[in-house]
Design a protein around this ligand. Structure first.
Ligand SMILES: Cc1ncc(COP(=O)(O)O)c(C=O)c1O
Length: 414
């Protein structure tokens, strides 16, 4: 997963024009590092693929909601896809105009819906008739009429990890086609919403475009009798090249497969991973090396609390030395200090001889990394650093032990 941003110079790992050993020395580890250049290149690639379809790109905040990164992507002209009032709050704080935000999510609370209506959010992706009823009532009370897209569960099995497949009938997401047809036929029951679109998102890290095309077709057939329902949000899911996924199609292949369907439609997409995953790396330091059961264990100061994807999704992220380490390579289990056997960053990383203090980079961790970080085992969450050319800056500081106490201390004083 090395790319033009994370690359080697004289054998050592750099991000753009910054040597990562020096950056880690200055900030400490574990630390997330993001490349502004790679983010821009990923946005350009998506634009090249989807601009010809007239698609509006809404960056999926769930992938990485750092304020500076939101600002960067907003500056690049992207709208946002939020799945909670917290994400909306962040986006608004980063300067995003509310009408550029779509609000998705299977279980929005009435308070969240009210907040979003009051903020003037552009689109609501609605996932149940009960939610539609609640939204309609709240909108009526406010004398507003928000745009709504019903999320269709098209009943397709996306080829991806079962935890991130969302378009099959066993999943909690969306509404089955029969129910969407029924609601569309009774649109007049909901006079306070402008039910003008349909939404499909069948999963993340999709191995091929076919199922997305099938889902889009299902949605279009449902909208066919209603000429004013011509917005189609096809979600995100465009994959990145983790270990074993190198041959997966890029956004261009998805756009090419969808293009023949989409003439006359207002198209939206909600990519997250394909914008930010390979623009980020988690730097960790080796604490100890030991051999057990015939395996070499490289124990690092980074763990599942910084990056849960290997434990949660069996994700395989490349782990590479940061310094210029030479010598014979053999497989190692790279693991963290957390008291869980699942706390493994990579079960089979080809690495040279490693010693305490050596640093490693876990690549492809810009998406679903920091946003899923936790304080389990009372570990502080790591800082985030943004690299732009030869410059870098901390865009979120490392938490402190006092941060770990703060919310309970505040509760004590009330
Ligand atoms: C509704 C919806 N839209 C967009 C996304 C972003 O997906 P990805 O990061 O794979 O592009 C997700 C994530 O699963 C999602 O649930």
């Amino acid at each position: 997963m090395l790319n033009e941003a994370f690359h080697r110079r004289d054998g050592a790992l750099w991000c753009e024009d910054v040597p990562l050993d020096a950056l880690a020395e200055a900030v400490g580890t574990p630390v997330y590092v993001y490349s502004a250049g790679r983010i821009a290149a990923n946005v350009a690639r998506l634009r090249a693929a989807f601009d010809p379809l007239g698609a509006a790109i809404h960056y999926s905040l769930k992938a990485n909601a750092n304020l500076t990164l939101i600002g960067l992507l907003h500056g690049a002209g992207l709208g946002m896809d939020a799945v909670s009032a917290g994400e909306i709050y962040r986006a608004l704080n980063a300067g995003v105009a509310p009408e550029r935000i779509v609000f998705a999510g299977v279980g929005k609370t009435p308070q969240e819906l009210a907040y979003a209506l009051d903020a003037g959010i552009g689109w609501f992706n609605v996932e149940s008739e009960a939610e539609l009823r609640t939204l309609d009532t709240l909108a009526g009370q406010r004398n507003v009429r928000p745009h709504v897209a019903l999320r269709v569960n098209p009943g397709v099995e996306a080829q991806t990890h079962r935890h991130i497949a969302t378009g099959h009938f066993g999943a909690k997401f969306g509404l089955p086609p029969t129910e969407v047809a029924d609601i569309l036929a009774r649109r007049a029951d909901y006079p306070h919403v402008d039910l003008a679109g349909l939404h499909v998102h069948i999963g993340s890290q999709l191995a091929r475009p076919d199922e997305t095309v099938e889902a889009a077709r299902t949605a279009q057939a449902l909208a066919a009798p209603y000429p004013d329902v011509r917005t189609l949000n096809i979600g995100g899911g465009f994959p990145v090249a983790y270990v074993g996924d190198e041959g997966y199609p890029g956004p261009q292949a998805f756009a090419a497969a969808l293009a023949p369907l989409l003439g006359g439609w207002q198209v939206k997409i909600e990519p997250g991973r394909s914008i930010i995953a390979d623009a980020g790396a988690l730097l960790v330091s080796v604490l100890y090396v030991k051999t057990q059961g015939g395996q070499r264990f490289v124990l690092t100061d980074g763990s599942m609390t910084e990056l849960i994807r290997p434990a949660l999704y069996d994700a395989v992220h490349p782990v590479v030395p940061v310094g210029n380490l030479s010598g014979d390579v053999s497989d190692a289990v790279v693991a963290g200090p957390v008291c869980e056997s699942a706390d493994v960053l990579n079960r089979c990383a080809p690495l040279p001889d490693m010693r305490s203090g050596d640093r490693l980079a876990v690549l492809g961790t810009g998406a679903y990394g920091m946003v899923m970080a936790s304080n389990y085992n009372m570990r502080v969450r790591p800082p985030e650093v943004l690299v732009q050319g030869a410059a870098w800056r901390v865009i979120r500081r490392r938490e402190t032990w006092d941060d770990l106490l703060a919310l309970e201390r505040e509760a004590d004083s009330k």
